[in-house]
Write a new protein. Structure first.
Length: 231
């Protein structure tokens, strides 16, 4: 037999023995109501901390959504102003065309004119900017809608997690109560069983016999006293 293998088997056997003793001690300690309550408290605290971290993450999402909503509001106001300016540029272009026509200029002469081109350029610039702003608004509205859906799901999760904490607290109280009750029942049973195991049963029997003897002696004394009286 390989000496090293034998030593290793011996070491493993020792480790198994130590591990078994540790597990046995840990299990005995786990049965203690105070230890059980402390463990439940640790689990509950850990879950509460996780919920707190979760809430912080959700709060950041809400902050991002609020920023986008503020940006959406600002862009909407800007777009309204640009729409007004665009309409004004279009009206100015029409007035310019009408004025130049009244002055006798033809359509071919009006379109290249500086006044008309200036109005048309302003109109096109406003129109392009409005289109750009509206595209941005559409993107923001989509992002905000996604935030709404995501936050709704997170709020449901938080509500469920909070309920789980309350259930866990109730479970902890019930578990500790059960352990205490079981321990008391076990101790009582052990005590009753111990009566026949530690010599107390014999002591009880001796006391019962002594009581019977004393009652017999008293009866004899009464009977003797009655006999003496008659004599």
């Amino acid at each position: 037999m390989n000496p090293l293998a034998a030593v290793w088997r011996w070491v493993k056997a020792g480790l198994y023995l130590i591990t078994g003793q540790i597990d046995k001690s840990r299990r005995a300690l786990d049965k203690n109501p105070t230890v059980m309550k402390a463990k439940f408290d640790d689990v509950i605290k850990s879950k509460v901390d996780q919920i707190h971290t979760y809430k912080q993450a959700v709060a950041k999402l809400i902050a991002q959504q609020e920023k986008k909503m503020a940006k959406l509001k600002a862009l909407t106001e800007e777009t309204k102003k640009l729409e007004t300016l665009k309409a004004g540029a279009l009206a100015m272009a029409k007035q310019t065309v009408s004025k130049l026509q009244n002055e006798g200029q033809t359509k071919e002469e009006i379109h290249p004119s500086e006044q008309y081109r200036k109005c048309l350029t302003a109109y096109n610039d406003f129109a392009a900017t409005v289109t750009e702003k509206k595209d941005h608004i559409k993107d923001l509205e989509g992002d905000i809608a996604e935030y709404d859906e995501s936050l709704a799901n997170h709020k449901v999760n938080l509500t469920q997690l909070t309920r789980d904490i309350e259930k866990l607290k109730s479970e902890a109280a019930d578990a500790v109560a059960d352990v205490i009750t079981a321990k008391e029942e076990t101790d009582l049973s052990d005590m009753l069983n111990g009566i026949s195991q530690d010599g107390m049963a014999k002591e009880l029997q001796d006391m019962r016999e002594l009581r019977s003897e004393m009652r017999a002696e008293a009866r004899v004394s009464r009977e003797m006293a009655g006999t003496d009286g008659k004599a």
